[in-house]
Write a protein that binds this ligand. Structure first.
Ligand SMILES: [Zn+2]
Length: 867
């Protein structure tokens, strides 16, 4: 044998110090115990040789060194095949565990002598009963070269997959269908199990005589892959079933799910991160990657878990006395508990549809509050006899259904990474995704924050990536699906952070050494920064100009955005290209005389220009639009006999044309000078007046001074009252305001110091705005009573009279902090209708929960009277 634990042939001779055995100890060389008496009884330990005693004896053998030595006394040729296979199963599981302990976990659990005795027994059994000599036997395993062979193995009984439904109405249909097929009387409870659907990998465990014999992947449901070696490294899967002899069947298939708990996943990833390796995108990927390792030593290092959720074949063998009942799904789970097989603690029983709905809604809210990832609820008819009556389709059982929650995590393709320059000049890599539905909305782009983050996530352009959107959180690119790279390496490309601003060409640089973010330092005239600042000053937190959105901000500051590089992409005066179904647009050949139009200078080059704009100034502003390809299907309505036309947008043509941004095109036959400003343009210009009446804090927000958000702006406005006073304040004055830190004070003081030069960019803004009447409004005094000073309030769910934004404003206007997440520091949680897990968390932490009326009282008085 190749395995040697420590020293020692001598230990073997003392293995039975207990002295209860009558036989001579034998060594490896003497295959046959020999003594005549022993040979006649079949067993050499002096007990009667009746077969039932042999059974009991085999049953009684334990995985101890002492019992290992007893093996040598067994007279193998006297065993029948049933006894031999029972003994083989038992001993081979011990040998395999020994091998795993020694080779994989590097911590032997048995003595060298015991291991050798067991191995010898296996060899004897296999010599006598060749049917036991399978390629999977540990006798064929050469030490040190452990690996899974992933042999294809037929499941004793087929592993069905479940039908999925994605809506409650489909779930209801299934439920009604089951009741109808069973002719179940109206109103009579029909017991079902509701189980949390684990987002993991299906596994079939085969136990023979209570011993783990094989672990198989689902494969195609008929044939799976043998991953027994890896399964043995999962600590919660017992090598041997617990329970009395009558409780343990001759053979059973236990179906369940292998997964990684959130906690184990987090520690696996943080270790990978510490070692500079790529991290897994989610627990499911981590579990899959771990389970299908050739080398079980790697699997052993990963902390995989298992919950059983079904049963395949169950054979009790001969003798029917005292077997536990397994006539229902729930009884099977009770049996699993006896055997030491882990089952989910989240399973509930339901006897009507309402109870199923309760389960569905409870776990929808608590998706991230349990120990593992889940993607739905599985409902099963409990009674196995009823299950048989319902039967199966070719693919799935009729007695079970999987209700799937809207996916909060999906795979899609990372098409490209571009760099966008934001309001404060920060250059941010943005992921462009193949549009995908996740958690109820379509996602096509998401921020990657900075170049370090791109590196850290390890994504390459062209990767299949995991995108997550949990609750109302913005979509996040989690990471690449590493397995999907195979064979596509040539199509993947590393992202490189550009050196120059993509908007204005200025060299990007970190603001100060060690910053992870890099910025475009051209604050004054970088078009990207300007258009984002304009968008910001129009936002609800500032002047609240509704019709000044992203499109308009871009058209005002950077009308040549999207200008084509060459005339071959320029098709003037064209709104759309129509084609017949299945047809491609004709190849475009520009007129040789055609030239790209002149570059326009923007209508707005600084915030200073904005409030003096008149409609006429916007007449000639044109923006570049990609011309869409529209498929037009002509037909005849079968009922009315009228001709019909349906249009389908097939997407961009790759050709661009210009169109007016703020004016409507003149009607057919009209002159260009007849064009009129669009309705939204007129409204936008009239909303500019709002800025004149804006409170001081809004003006401060609108100036886009670094680090000054609405809460800070309110504090500063409340203290200094007028824009002139703020402009004159020193850094010391500013830092003396409660809630204004050194960094904010320095930023504000420096902004206004630079603005003192009337010729400077900042000075011009202040001057222009003052001429337009902006900033003349003194802060109201006294401001609202600061009832919520030092308090943090979380609002969750929908309120009748407050939007998310207005609730936040109300809290901040009274000096409180509005937060999005519940923690120990939260003072109050305001719960509206259809509130999610935040309410539950508040309850858990003992934080006062208020309804909308109590919220109003809180705003007024700073607390809520006790009932
Ligand atoms: Zn720039």
């Amino acid at each position: 044998m190749n395995v040697r634990y420590g020293s020692s042939g001598a230990a073997r001779m003392h293995a039975d110090e207990g002295g209860q055995l009558s036989f001579e100890l034998v060594s490896e060389g003497t295959a046959d115990p020999g003594p005549a008496g022993a040979a006649h009884t079949g067993l050499a330990y002096g007990s009667p040789g009746a077969p039932e005693n042999t059974d009991t004896y085999i049953e009684s053998l334990q995985r101890t060194d002492a019992d290992a030595q007893k093996l040598a006394g067994i007279d193998v040729p006297r065993l029948d095949i049933r006894q031999a296979s029972r003994l083989w199963a038992k001993v081979s599981s011990w040998v395999e565990s020994d091998q795993i302990a020694y080779y994989i976990n590097d911590s032997p659990v048995s003595s060298d002598a015991a291991y050798d005795a067991r191995m010898l027994m296996l060899q004897k059994l296999e010599a006598q009963f060749p049917q036991l000599d399978t390629p999977q036997s540990p006798t064929h395993r050469v030490g040190g070269t452990f690996s899974n062979d992933f042999a294809s193995v037929r499941h004793p009984s087929r592993m069905m997959s479940l039908d999925d439904v994605f809506s409650l109405s489909e779930l209801k249909q299934w439920y009604e269908g089951v009741r109808r097929d069973l002719e179940w009387p109206q109103g009579k409870p029909l017991p079902m199990t509701c189980e949390v659907k684990i987002d993991g990998l299906a596994l079939n465990l085969i136990y023979r005589h209570g011993i783990l014999y094989q672990g198989l992947t689902r494969g195609d449901g008929v044939i799976g892959e043998d991953i027994t070696m890896n399964v043995r490294t999962i600590s919660s899967i017992p090598g041997q079933l617990s329970g009395t002899a009558a409780q343990v069947p001759e053979m059973v298939e236990i179906r369940g799910e292998v997964f990684m708990k959130f906690d184990d996943f987090a520690s696996l990833n943080s270790q990978a991160q510490a070692e500079g390796r790529a991290v897994f995108a989610n627990p499911r990927n981590a579990a899959a990657g771990s389970l299908r390792q050739k080398d079980p030593r790697i699997t052993a290092l990963r902390r995989l878990s298992f919950y059983a959720h079904g049963m395949g074949t169950l054979e009790w063998g001969d003798g029917d006395a005292g077997h536990p009942q397994a006539g229902t799904q729930s009884q099977a789970y009770s049996l699993y508990k006896i055997w030491g097989i882990p089952v989910s603690g989240h399973t509930r029983e339901a006897v009507n549809f309402d109870q199923i709905l309760e389960m569905v809604s409870y776990y929808d809210e608590h998706r991230y509050d349990i120990e593992h990832a889940l993607d739905g609820i599985v409902v099963k008819v409990d009674d196995l006899a009823l299950q048989r009556r319902l039967g199966s389709t070719a693919r799935a059982p009729r007695w079970a259904i999987a209700y799937k929650y809207p996916p909060e995590e999906v795979n899609t393709e990372l098409l490209d990474i571009s760099v966008q320059v934001g309001r404060t000049g920060r250059a941010t890599p943005v992921a462009h995704l193949k549009p995908v539905r996740v958690a109820g909305s379509t996602v096509s782009r998401t921020t990657l924050h900075n170049a370090y983050e791109v590196d850290h996530k390890g994504v390459l352009i062209g990767d299949t990536v995991v995108v997550r959107k949990a609750g109302d959180v913005i979509p996040e690119l989690v990471g690449p699906v590493l397995a999907a790279r195979k064979g596509r390496e040539g199509q993947l490309r590393r992202f490189v952070m550009p050196r120059y601003c993509p908007s204005c060409g200025t060299e990007l640089a970190p603001e100060k050494e060690g910053d992870k973010d890099i910025r475009c330092p051209n604050v004054e005239s970088c078009p990207a920064q300007l258009s984002n600042r304009i968008l910001h000053l129009a936002s609800r937190q500032a002047f609240d100009i509704e019709h000044l959105g992203e499109q308009s901000a871009l058209a005002l500051t950077n009308p040549e955005n999207n200008r084509p590089d060459s005339v071959s992409e320029y098709l003037p005066d064209t709104r759309e290209i129509t084609v017949a179904p299945g047809q491609e647009p004709p190849l475009y050949e520009p007129d040789p005389a055609l030239q790209l139009p002149e570059v326009q200078s923007p209508a707005v080059t600084s915030e200073a220009d904005l409030f003096s704009l008149r409609a006429e100034d916007l007449r000639d502003v044109r923006i570049w639009r990609e011309i869409p390809v529209i498929e037009v299907v002509q037909g005849i309505d079968p009922v009315t006999g009228k001709k019909t036309k349906t249009r389908k947008n097939r997407g961009g043509s790759g050709l661009w044309s210009q169109s007016p941004a703020f004016y409507n095109l003149p009607t057919r036959g009209g002159k260009a000078s007849d064009a009129q400003p669009s309705r939204t343009t007129v409204e936008m210009l009239s909303e500019f007046d709002k800025a004149k009446d804006a409170e001081l804090w809004r003006v401060l927000v609108a100036l886009s001074i670094r680090h000054v958000g609405a809460p800070t702006a309110r504090l500063i406005a409340k203290r200094f009252r007028t824009l002139d006073a703020v402009a004159a304040a020193s850094e010391e004055d500013l830092v003396s305001v409660d809630g204004v830190g050194a960094e904010i004070a320095a930023s504000v003081a420096s902004w206004f110091l630079q603005a003192r030069d009337p010729e400077s960019w900042r000075g011009k803004i202040l001057h222009a705005w003052a001429s337009a009447g902006i900033g003349s409004q003194a802060a109201e005094d006294p401001g609202l009573e600061q009832t919520l000073e030092g308090k943090t309030v979380v609002v969750t769910g929908t309120l009748a009279d407050f939007s998310r934004e207005s609730a936040k404003e109300a809290i901040e206007a009274r000096g409180g902090r509005a937060s999005g997440s519940v923690s120990k520091k939260t003072s109050y949680v305001v719960v509206g209708s259809s509130a999610g897990s935040k309410a539950a968390k508040a309850e858990e932490l003992g934080i006062p929960i208020l309804d909308e009326d109590q919220f109003r009282q809180l705003l007024m008085h700073g607390d809520v009277p006790h009932e």
